[in-house]
Ligand binder design. Structure first.
Ligand code: ZN
Ligand code: MN
Length: 511
C-alpha cells in the first residue's frame, strides 16, 4: 500500500484592535477595548469612505501599520523598506467599492516564523505523548481592510439579504505560512500559538468565536517523502480551532481516498461544513477569480526605516516579553516544569494573574529556594483547580477570585493550616462567592488539627475500635494504613493534618 503525507499551509485573517478603521475615522468597535464586535445594530459605524461613496479618499491608519510591523519584529521577519497598498477587484454586495485595498503583492512584512509547541501522540490516553516544538516558517504578513457582512434576516422575504457595513474597513492582518504543517492537530496548535502572540502584543484579541480571527487552509497530499507538492485544495469557512483540525483531517482523508482509487485531485476551492463534518466543492480552477491587482493610486508607497514614515527601531520598543521568554523565566525563577510553565504562559492573562498572585505572597520575596517552593505550589494549584473551571470564552480576570484572596489560600496551604482537600473545598466557595480565603475558612470553622496530643488521642481511639484491622496490619497487611487514616478523617470531619496523622499512626502501630 502506498503511504501518503499531507502538506498544509494556512492563510489567517486577524482583526487589529485599533481605535479607528483602516482608511477612515470610524471606530472599529463600540466597546472601550477597540475589539471588533458583531453585537452592534447594523450600519452604526459607517461613513462615506467605508461605504465607498464616489469622490472619497482613503487615509491610512498609522497605528495599524505599526502593529503589523510589531508582529513582524516579534516573529523575526524582514521588514520591507518600501511596501504599497493595491486594489483587489471583485464584485460582492458586502464590498461597496467593488475592490478591497490590500498589500499582498509587495507586503510590509516578509518571512520569519513561529516556534509552535506541539503535543504529539494520543492526548486522551497519554500513550506515546511527548511535547516538541516545530518552527513554522511564514511566507509574509500583509495588511488589508475587511469587507462588510450580509445578513440573511428574512426581514422582507425569505430570499432577501441585508448589508451591514460596520465591519467594512476594519484593519485586517493576513498571515500566510509556508506549506509546512503536516496534520490537523499541528495546524490547530499553530493557530493557538499565533493567537497567544497576538494577545501578548496587545494588537488583536484574535477570538475565533467572536469572528476576530478566521482561517483558510491550503491542503495537498503526496506520496510520503516526495519532493513535489500535490494539487492543492483551498478550504474556506474555518472559524474555530476545532474546525481547523477537523477540516484538515477530513480533507486529507478525502484526497488520499481519491488518489488510492486511481483518481486525480482537482485544484479547487471547497467550503468546510461543520454540521456535516465535511468539505464541499465550491469552485474549480476554471472559475477562479482574476482580481486584476494594481497599485492603489490614492495611497503613496510607505517607506520604513530610520527617519522614514515608520521607524522599526521605535516600534521595537513596544515589544513585550513573549511567550517563549516568559516560559523560560517561569521555569528558572519559580522552578516550574516545562509543562506547567507552558500552561501558565500560553495565555497572557493567565501569566499575569499568576504573577500578581505570587507578588502577594511574602514567601516569594524570600530566597530563591523559598520562591521556587511557593511558585511550584501556586502553579500546581492554579493549573489543577482554577484553569479548568474558568467559563469558556471568559478570562481569568472575569472570575470573582482576586489574586489577593487566592494568595491567602496558598499561604494557608503552605503553612500547613489547612489540608489540600480542604483547600479545594474552600476554593470552590471562593469561585462561587468571590470571598477571600480567610473569611471562608473562618465562617466554615475549618481548622486543621495539627495538635500532637489531640491527634494522638484520636489515633489511639481509632486503633482501639478496630482491633481486627490492627491485627491484620501487624501481620503484614500494611495497605490498611489508608483505612486507619480514613477513620481518623471521619472522626475529625477531614480536619486532621494528613502528614501528622500518618506519622502518628505508623508510630502507634509499631508498638
Ligand atoms: Zn468609515
Ligand atoms: Mn485576505
Amino acid at each position: 500500500m502506498i503511504e501518503y503525507e499531507t502538506v498544509v499551509g494556512l492563510e489567517i485573517h486577524a482583526h487589529l484592535k485599533t481605535e479607528s478603521k483602516m482608511f477612515c475615522r470610524c471606530p472599529v468597535s463600540s466597546g472601550k477595548d477597540y475589539s471588533y464586535t458583531e453585537k452592534d445594530e447594523p450600519n452604526v459605524r459607517v461613513c462615506p469612505v467605508c461605504t465607498g461613496q464616489p469622490g472619497t479618499l482613503p487615509a491610512a491608519n498609522k497605528k495599524a501599520i505599526e502593529d503589523t510591523i510589531l508582529l513582524g519584529l516579534a516573529l523575526g521577519s524582514k521588514i520591507n523598506p518600501k511596501f504599497n497598498f493595491e486594489r483587489k477587484n471583485y464584485f460582492y454586495p458586502d464590498l461597496p467599492k467593488a475592490y478591497q485595498i490590500t498589500s499582498s503583492t509587495n507586503p510590509p512584512v516578509l518571512g520569519g516564523g513561529l516556534e509552535t509547541e506541539l503535543v504529539v501522540g494520543n492526548p486522551s490516553t497519554g500513550s506515546g505523548q511527548m511535547e516538541m516544538t516545530k518552527f513554522v516558517k511564514l511566507d509574509h504578513i500583509h495588511l488589508e481592510e475587511d469587507a462588510g457582512k450580509l445578513v440573511h434576516s428574512g426581514k422582507y422575504d425569505d430570499d432577501s439579504s441585508l448589508v451591514d457595513l460596520n465591519r467594512a474597513g476594519t484593519p485586517l492582518l493576513e498571515i500566510i505560512t509556508k506549506p509546512e504543517l503536516s496534520s490537523g492537530a499541528e495546524a490547530a496548535e499553530f493557530m493557538r500559538n499565533l493567537q497567544a502572540i497576538l494577545r501578548y502584543l496587545g494588537i488583536s484579541d484574535a477570538d475565533m468565536e467572536k469572528g476576530q480571527m478566521r482561517c483558510d487552509a491550503n491542503i495537498s497530499v503526496r506520496k510520503k517523502g516526495a519532493k513535489e507538492l500535490g494539487a492543492k485544495v483551498e478550504v474556506k469557512n474555518i472559524n474555530s480551532f476545532k474546525m481547523v483540525q477537523r477540516a484538515v483531517d477530513f480533507e486529507t482523508e478525502r484526497q488520499i481516498e481519491v488518489l488510492s482509487g486511481g483518481g486525480k485531485i482537482e485544484q479547487e476551492t471547497r467550503g468546510w461544513d461543520d454540521n456535516k463534518g465535511k468539505t464541499l466543492g465550491q469552485r474549480s480552477k476554471e472559475f477562479a477569480h482574476d482580481y486584476r491587482y494594481f497599485p492603489e493610486p490614492d495611497l503613496p508607497p510607505f517607506e520604513v526605516g530610520k527617519g522614514k514614515d515608520l521607524d522599526p527601531e521605535i516600534i521595537n520598543d513596544r515589544l513585550p516579553e513573549l511567550p517563549k521568554e516568559k516560559k523560560a523565566r517561569f521555569e528558572g525563577e519559580y522552578g516550574l516544569s516545562a509543562h506547567d510553565a507552558h500552561s501558565l504562559t500560553a495565555n497572557i492573562d493567565v501569566a499575569e494573574y499568576f504573577e500578581r498572585l505570587i507578588e502577594k505572597l511574602p514567601q516569594a520575596a524570600g530566597n530563591t529556594e523559598e520562591k521556587k517552593k511557593i511558585g511550584k505550589l501556586t502553579a500546581s494549584f492554579m493549573i489543577t483547580e482554577f484553569l479548568g473551571k474558568i467559563e469558556v470564552g471568559k478570562g481569568v480576570f472575569d472570575t470573582k477570585v482576586t489574586p489577593e484572596g487566592f494568595s491567602e489560600l496558598i499561604s494557608n496551604i503552605d503553612e500547613g493550616k489547612i489540608s489540600g482537600k480542604m483547600a479545594k473545598e474552600v476554593f470552590l466557595s471562593m469561585l462561587e462567592t468571590g470571598k477571600s480565603a480567610n473569611s471562608i475558612i473562618k465562617n466554615k470553622g475549618i481548622v486543621q488539627i495539627s495538635d500532637d496530643k489531640e491527634l494522638n488521642k484520636i489515633v489511639v481511639q481509632v486503633l482501639k475500635e478496630n482491633p481486627r484491622e490492627v491485627e491484620l496490619y501487624k501481620d503484614g497487611k500494611i495497605q490498611l494504613l489508608g483505612f486507619f487514616v480514613g477513620q481518623v478523617m471521619k472522626l475529625t470531619r477531614g480536619q486532621a493534618n494528613p502528614k501528622m496523622t500518618n506519622d502518628i499512626l505508623r508510630k502507634e502501630l509499631s508498638k
